[in-house]
Design a protein around this ligand. Structure first.
Ligand code: 5GP
Ligand code: MN
Length: 336
């Protein structure tokens, strides 16, 4: 449960109304929550301010949100640095440290804009002027819902509701994760009152796999999952070679990290993906271990207690050795 600081919003509101340029930015490798939060706040702000409002993302969006009506309004290109430099206000959505916007972090930090953080990741870095950080919120979309209502109770509309609902669904695994509490369901219920079609949204977000994506999932589970029952850990590895074989598209790995958690005796799932210059390492926990801290301590990353990520320099073989020799002996430290 959290309560939005509405006094702080009233303080911020005159700045929003008088601004000329407002930038909204989400994190790198944007997920459903980041894209939804950026677009929902974009639509809401355009209704109350004459400012130019720019919805920006550092890099490409996943396929499963491409059906959003305003997807082509997103700015994912070389205009972004200059927009950040010249903005009066920058909203930082769904991330808690400047480096999470990748190549744009310098521009974000040096921008003269008033910086506003709306986010639910724990332990936020202090780089903003106004912080709306609520780590118990299910999603940034849930906070943005209250933020929009507090700006003006009549701003929310059906399209905004569709985006916010999508952000909540993607970040909670359709209300499964512990983070989806009674408050989240109350927000979802109110969003439904705007005439959105829940079944249609779920279908578009989740039941949209290509054949390749489905077969990739089966292949990884069958061939590429190693279980260490003595440590309650499963590791799945995805190489560039396998990606080629299954004609990998951005977002195709989404949800694979969660799958091993359905196995009895597995408490931590680790999903490893080969990238151009390093390995991306994703962590999921059933709740017994805090994987945010594991990602921070061993993989210069972070995230949430039950879902976190980071990176590793070296081969998959080296990573496995590192996990076996460095992480496993210290796992007990991360018991919740
Ligand atoms: P995913 O594994 O799905 O990419 O990310 C799971 C969670 O961990 C998300 O909340 C995401 O924001 C966070 N996360 C993923 N990678 C990183 C990273 O490299 N650094 C930090 N600080 N957080 C990350
Ligand atoms: Mn989120």
């Amino acid at each position: 449960m959290f309560e939005l600081d509405t006094k702080k919003i009233q303080e911020l509101k005159p700045h929003i109304l008088s601004a000329k340029k407002i930038v909204l930015i989400g994190h790198t490798s944007p997920d459903g929550d980041a894209v939804s939060s950026v677009l929902a706040l974009f639509l809401a702000l355009k209704k109350i301010t004459n400012a130019q409002v720019y919805p920006v993302l550092p890099d490409e969006i996943p396929n499963y949100v491409k059906w959003f009506d305003h997807i082509n309004d997103l700015i994912i290109d070389s205009r972004a640095p200059e927009l950040l430099d010249n903005a009066d206000i920058v909203f930082c959505l769904d991330f808690n440290e400047a480096k999470r916007v990748n190549h744009l972090s310098e521009n974000l930090l040096s921008s003269r804009a008033i910086k506003v953080l709306i986010d639910h990741h724990p332990q936020p870095e202090n780089f903003v002027d106004y912080s709306f950080s609520y780590p118990t919120a299910s999603s940034t979309a849930e906070i943005v819902y209250y933020f929009i209502k507090a700006l003006d109770k009549d701003l929310l509309d059906r399209t905004i509701a569709i985006y916010l609902f999508s952000g909540i669904l993607t970040d909670t695994g359709v209300f499964i994760h512990d983070s989806a509490d009674s408050q989240t369901l109350a927000v979802a219920s109110d969003l439904m009152s705007y005439g959105i079609d829940k079944g249609d949204i779920i279908k578009k977000l989740f039941n949209n796999y290509s054949e390749n994506r489905m077969r990739l999932m089966g292949y990884l589970l069958f061939k590429k999952m190693k279980i260490y029952y003595e440590h309650e850990v499963a590791i799945i590895t995805l190489t560039q070679g396998i990606m080629k074989r299954f004609n990998f598209k951005l977002g195709d790995h989404e949800n694979i990290a969660n799958l091993p958690l359905s196995i009895q005796g597995v408490e931590i799932s680790i999903f490893v993906m080969e990238r151009q210059d390093n390995l991306k390492v994703s962590f999921r926990s059933k709740g017994k271990y805090n994987v945010n801290l594991i990602a921070r301590d061993y993989f210069s990353g972070g995230g949430h207690k039950n879902a976190a990520g980071g990176s590793f320099q070296g081969s998959i073989r080296k990573l496995k050795k590192y996990i076996e020799n460095q992480v496993f002996p210290n796992l007990k430290k991360y018991l919740v």
